[in-house]
Structure formats: C-alpha cells, structure tokens
Design a protein around this ligand. Structure first.
Ligand code: SF4
Length: 439
C-alpha cells in the first residue's frame, strides 16, 4: 500500500485541513506512514501567518530534496494558505524543481486528482476563492474530540495580519450542515466539539440569518455532546448578550480565548482592532461576573510599530487587571503585504525582546498563582491519554482548558473527577477520585 506523510504548520484550522487531506488520501487507497523516510508521498500543509513560516518550510524542503535524491519516486506536494498568497505558489514551483505539486486551501478537495496528475508532470492548482467547497472525508487525530469549521475567511483587516488577503471574505457554513456534522461526530464517539473560524463571533454576518449565539445554542443541544468549545473570538464582536447566552449553555466550557494584542488605545487603533482597553476590561469583568470560574486566555503582540514605553506599560496594566490564565505572547514581526509592515516607526529588536521577556516573566507568575489557587479543589477532566513523557502518567483537561496530569490510567474521552494536589506554571497535578459504587 502507498503511504503518505503530512507535515502541518500553523493553527487549528490547518490541523483540521490536514485531517481532511488524510481523509481524502485514505479514501483513495493511501495509508499513513510512521515517518518521512517511509513515505511515498509527503505533503507540507503551510501557514502564512508568521513571517518566519516561509523559512521553516524552505528548511524542511532542504531535507526533502535529499530524500528525493535517495528515492526518486517520492512525491512531494505543498498546500496551505502560504501557497495561496500573492505568487508564492508559482515562486515555490520554480525555486524547488523537486516539488511535484502545489495546491491551496480552495483546491484541497481535488487533492486525489492533483496527486495522480503529478505522477506524469508537475502541477500547480490554486484558486482565489471558492464558496462551494464540498464536505470532505476526514481522518480525525482524536477519538473523542472533533474540530468543526463554521466560518472561513476574515474581513477585519487588522493591520499586521495577512489572513484577510489569503483566506478571503467571511463565508459562514449553513447551520443545518454544521449541526448534522456535529451529530455525525457524536454518533462516532466524539464527546467534545471545537467550533473553528478566524473570527467565530462573525458567524452569520455575511448571511444576515442565524448569528453565533443561535448557532452555539443549536450545537449545545445536540444529544450526547459533553463539551463545546470555540475559537478564535474577536473582542470587538464578543457582545455582552453572547456572554449571557453562553452562561446558560451547559456544554459550553468556561474557557474563553480573547486575543487583546495590546493594552494601549493608540496601538489598538493602529492595529485596527476596533475596541479600546476599557471595552476589553469591561468584557472581562462581565465574563467573570456571569461565568464564575471562567478562565480567560489571550494573545499579545509586543513591539508593534510606534509602541513606546508608555504603550507597553498600558499592556502590562491590562495583564495585571485581567489576570489571564495564560497568554500566547509574540514579538511583532512585519508581515510583507500588510499595512503595518511599511510603517516607518518599527521598534528595534532588542527593545522588543526586552519587553517580551518582561511580559512573559510577569504572565508566568500570574499563571502560576492562577493554578495555585486551584490546589485542593475537585475538577472534572476529560481524559486525553498517556502523557507524552511517561506512559504511566495520564493527562486530561478541565472544562477551563487547564491540562491536568495524574498517575494511573483512564479511558480517553472519559470524564473523571480529580483532586488537584500540585501545579507548576502551565500544568496542574491531580489524583483520580474513586467512582461511586453504582457508577
Ligand atoms: S481578526 Fe484580525 S488577526 Fe484575526 S484573522 Fe482577522 S485580520 Fe487576522
């Protein structure tokens, strides 16, 4: 049997696309290879969000070139949104003559034909945008969790972000299609569903029909679903009514990822984020009031062009006030093709690094304190499986998305009660509680 190997870069949306690519290939007689060396086909599913992504992909292609020299019948393909951007796909095809085919997110449904065609000649299949991408087969990585795409594209045009230029306009999937996909996943054993989109709160904006809270309610009511999550949210589109609605949905987990990006109104405006620090903090306060115990996580960019010490201090002020459970922190790096990349007041790298270190140090302490406050409490976790480092130790997640490791074993996807006994900055430690005799 022919074997494929997929390498995925970027966000959950790309992980989901890779699951679909695997689904298409397996439906057409391919099997997964354990490693690159055993594969007859290697596909790189690329991401264009970070400026460094292109270098990473090029580095991997260096390794693949050697592999192809040793194994000339190996097929190499590149997909994903990086290929869709400007003329990157065409450029890569010229620059890397050992690459057999290039495709994009909008031509992924034709993957099998593309692979077949590439056996007789090199293929470039890109399309700017398509609204009729059919439902694709899927090979899920997890037996109990499924990612479900609800909206594609983004029209926010944050000034640092390339996504709107490559992923196109917002297009919401019909409600009925989403609900029936969730029902199918539940029927196949899924317990947790994660709704995905670049800006999930914009769901329905293009159709003017069902909005995000109505969609959530419909999914929340699917029988057999245990947990419901969604990402990514945009603080501007996250209304107080949505918080009210979520507080009444039992399966929606008490974890909200709300990227603030910066704490200075001046920088937020330059980023074109559409909210102020005051709006954001009001939203956080409202969430804490309506959804007790909710964990809020965020993304923060340090060193956006023109960021002064005062602006950075305002970011730190939000960090202190919002008490995020955790934060993904990034150094601003100019992304070619975005308005922010041509701003003249770029912050020197040394200053950006200093600010980032300071932010990370402080956020780590806040995360540690957040975890420490949970020690001694009982938490319900959904078991994920053995920990990567030690198969005697298992790992699960709380509804608030905190990872918990515990000694012993339990079935992946099962819900277990654990007593939290210890923690470090990013992980909680716990002990499984005995099930009641008649459970
Ligand atoms: S909301 Fe902003 S950061 Fe997020 S994908 Fe859209 S443009 Fe990019």
């Amino acid at each position: 049997m022919k074997r494929y190997y997929l390498l995925t870069y970027g966000c959950q949306m790309n992980e989901l696309d890779s699951e679909k690519m695997a689904g298409i290939l397996e439906e057409n007689g391919w099997d997964s290879a354990e490693n690159l060396e055993n594969a007859d086909l290697v596909i790189l599913n690329t991401c264009c969000v970070r400026a460094k992504a292109e270098d990473k992909v090029k580095g991997k292609l260096g390794q693949l070139k050697k592999l192809k020299l040793a194994k000339p019948r190996l097929l190499i393909g590149i997909g994903g949104c990086m290929m869709q951007q400007d003329n990157v796909g065409e450029k890569f095809l010229q620059q890397f003559p050992f690459v057999d085919f290039i495709f994009g997110p909008h031509t992924m449904d034709r993957l099998n034909e593309i692979v077949e065609k590439s056996c007789t000649g090199r293929v470039l299949e890109l399309e700017d945008d398509r609204f009729d991408v059919p439902r694709l087969p899927i090979k899920r990585e997890s037996s109990f969790r499924a990612w479900v795409s609800i909206i594609k594209g983004c029209e926010n045009f944050c000034s640092y972000c390339i996504v709107p230029y490559v992923r196109g306009k917002e297009v919401s999937r019909p409600l009925g299609e989403i609900v029936s996909e969730v029902e199918e996943h539940i029927a196949s054993g899924v317990k947790e569903v994660v709704l995905l989109g670049q800006n999930v709160n914009a769901y329905g904006r293009d159709t003017g029909k069902v909005d995000f809270s109505r969609l959530l309610k419909n999914v929340d009511e699917v029988p057999g679903l245990e947990r419901l999550r969604f990402m990514t949210s945009h603080p501007r589109d996250f209304s107080l009514e949505l918080v009210d609605a979520i507080s009444k949905m039992p399966r929606v987990c008490e974890h909200l990822h709300l990227p603030i990006q910066a704490g200075s109104n001046r920088i937020l405006k330059k980023m074109n984020r559409g909210y102020t620090r005051e709006d954001y903090l009001r939203l956080v306060e409202y969430i804490r009031e309506k959804i007790p115990g909710a964990s809020i996580t965020t993304d923060i960019i340090v060193g956006f062009p023109g960021e002064t010490e005062e602006d950075f201090a305002l970011t730190m002020d939000v960090v202190e006030k919002a008490r995020f459970a955790s934060a993904f922190t990034f150094l601003y790096s100019p992304r070619e093709g975005t308005p922010a990349a041509i701003l003249s007041d770029q912050v020197p790298r040394e200053i950006k690094k200093k600010r980032l270190n300071y932010l990370m140090e402080r956020q780590n302490k806040i995360s540690l304190n957040y975890n420490r406050a949970l020690i001694g409490t009982l938490a319900q976790i959904m078991v994920e499986g053995p920990s990567k480092k030690d198969s005697e130790i298992y790992m699960g997640r709380t509804r608030t998305n905190r990872p918990v490791v515990f000694p012993g074993q339990a079935t992946p996807g099962s819900l277990q009660d654990v007593r939290l006994t210890d923690c470090n900055t990013h992980t909680l430690y716990g002990e499984l509680q005995e099930a009641l005799p008649n459970e």
